[in-house]
Design a protein around this ligand. Structure first.
Ligand SMILES: NC(=O)c1ccc[n+]([C@@H]2O[C@H](COP(=O)([O-])OP(=O)(O)OC[C@H]3O[C@@H](n4cnc5c(N)ncnc54)[C@H](OP(=O)(O)O)[C@@H]3O)[C@@H](O)[C@H]2O)c1
Length: 302
């Protein structure tokens, strides 16, 4: 699929919510959607950085309908307040782009006592999706941003927060990115009982030069090889293409995994490899139950 096919799309009357919309892939996606006439709601952990991103977008697209609200995915209260404001102030959502993320950061527990990568990358989006679920349009799409790093991921349902095993920052990232795919699959299973035609998809950007790499723990091999990434990595704009195509592809089907076509930075494919664990139905269901339990929710419980 060529990204250029979407250049002339009209997104007037579409409402698109993006987490982590102030930087990297989220910012580029917000800019694209806003430039095509969509109403864009950006969830940002820092309102100051959100306002700066909003000004940049308005400079480029003066007619943009762009709204940045605080949403710290490491804090359940912040997510709840954000979701309430969205439901109160905006029409139902057409595209929920669960994009925000942190990678290979030093060990830290969130305010809700979750390991931060599992907490932000997975549980934060699980909670947000649950809270916004009744505010999704009839044919809404939920796009979860994963990574090829999920291939290195395993999920320990008995120790998701690394309280019993030694913490390894990249393994914890990979676990959270595997969780994004497991969440997508199980969500589609449970959506079969919903009268609406909502579907969940996944996307990854390949390797794109964004600030994601700046927060990697100092000792990580990722920090050491970062300069090498520069040679083959895509730009943040190019990295956003697979997220945008996953959000808009008219021929999409539940569970597709969108990513860049290798070497062709303007093309997106759904032939992306997914690990065997991502298809493990025991893990999919187990993660769902664990997430409901950890978040004190009963989201689409059987
Ligand atoms: N770049 C790549 O090569 C690559 C590869 C595979 C997958 N991905 C995935 O792509 C997604 C976007 O990453 P990116 O590359 O665009 O990185 P980025 O430039 O660092 O952007 C990440 C965004 O997430 C936000 N964020 C971080 N923690 C948050 C929290 N607690 N609550 C709310 N928002 C939070 C950041 O906000 P601040 O600006 O305030 O920090 C920022 O807006 C992530 O899910 C990442 O795992 C990226």
């Amino acid at each position: 699929m060529k990204f250029t096919e979407y250049e002339s799309i009209d997104l007037k009357n579409k409402v698109i919510l993006i987490t982590g919309a102030n930087a990297g892939l989220g910012y580029e996606s917000a800019l694209f959607f806003a430039s095509k006439g969509a109403t864009v709601i950006g969830g940002v952990r820092s309102l100051k950085r959100g306002e700066q991103a909003k000004s940049r977008i308005l400079n480029l697209v003066p007619t943009a309908s762009i709204h940045f609200l605080e949403c710290d995915l490491s804090n359940s209260k912040s997510i709840e307040i954000f979701a309430s404001k969205v439901i109160e102030s905006f029409p139902p959502i057409d595209i929920l782009l669960n994009n925000a993320g942190i990678m290979a950061v030093p060990f830290e527990l969130t305010i809700d006592h979750y390991e931060s990568q599992f907490g932000v990358n997975h549980l934060g989006h699980f909670r947000l999706t649950s809270l916004l679920f009744n505010h999704l349009n009839h044919k809404a799409r939920i796009v979860n941003v994963s990574s090829m790093a999920h291939m290195q991921g395993t999920l320990d349902l008995n120790d998701p927060h690394y309280s019993k095993r030694p913490y390894q920052s990249f393994k914890a990232y990979a676990q959270s990115k595997l969780a994004n795919l497991l969440f997508t699959h199980e969500l589609n299973q449970r959506l079969k009982n919903d009268v609406r035609e909502i579907m969940a998809l996944s996307a990854h950007p390949g390797v794109a030069m964004t600030s994601l790499f700046d927060k990697v723990e100092t000792a990580s091999w990722m920090r050491i090889i970062k300069p090498i990434f520069g040679f083959f990595a895509a730009s943040a704009k190019q990295g956003s293409y697979s997220l945008i195509v996953a959000s808009l592809d008219p021929n999409s089907k539940p569970d597709l995994f969108y990513g860049p076509q290798s070497m062709k930075k303007n093309e997106v494919t759904t032939n992306t490899k997914m690990s065997i664990l991502a298809h493990d139905v025991y893990l999919q269901k187990g993660l769902w139950d664990l997430s409901n339990q950890q978040c004190h929710l009963n989201f689409l419980e059987n």
